[in-house]
Design a protein around this ligand. Sequence first.
Ligand code: 5RP
Length: 245
Amino acid sequence: MILWERPPAAIAVPSSLVAAISRSYKSINSMSEAKKLAAEKAIDYVEDGMIVGVGTGSTVAYFIDALAAWKHRIAGAVSSSEQSTARLKSHGIEVIDLNTAGPLQLYVDGADECDPHKRLIKGGGAALTREKIIAEASDKFVCIIDASKQVPVLGKFPLPIEVIPMARSLVARELLRMTGGQPVWREGVVTDNGNWVLDLHNLAITDPVGLERELNQIPGVVSVGLFARRPADVVIVGGEPPKVL
Ligand code: 5RP
């Protein structure tokens, strides 16, 4: 039985709303498609016998899925988070401790923001400390992003800072004093290292290397989500075709 040939006026959806919904649906769709395309392009950097450093996040999840096809050709992976470890293991990829692996040839990870010098803000997924360690241990850091992550100046995305729990208020006061930015506690989030995260809002980071160095001096700061002293070496922006910077 047909109840309505078309919706009655009282519940009719304005065409502008339909257009807005369909626009945002398309852009969400294409953003995840862009992430997947960037992740798949990063496979070009994987070589036989490598131990691959693996980051964290939704873009990296696509990379791990693509890496699964290589699992018999690589020696394994070093993982930056429990989340990535679980996904790697679900594909049967061996996860190796960084101390056992030693220096790595390749690290692949996403980012929350990327400037024209390949300096990054990372830590939206609260895995910044292990990500920073693996990036430092790697010869080549390939960063995989969609175009929305590209910015002229870092800081629109709140800068994640991992802190020892007892130092949370001390660090927050220092961040405010030193930068004028607004620290916000990411309440309820505990990192894989058992620490907490402060997100520093309202920054325009004109000297990322200097800021990274300064913030690292605050007692209680475990790590700062600025990857400026050790930026990415290669940035892949997802698209058809992907752009390699
Ligand atoms: C996790 C990160 C991620 O790389 C960053 O948050 C980007 O995530 P996504 O790929 O889901 O957009 O730094 O700590």
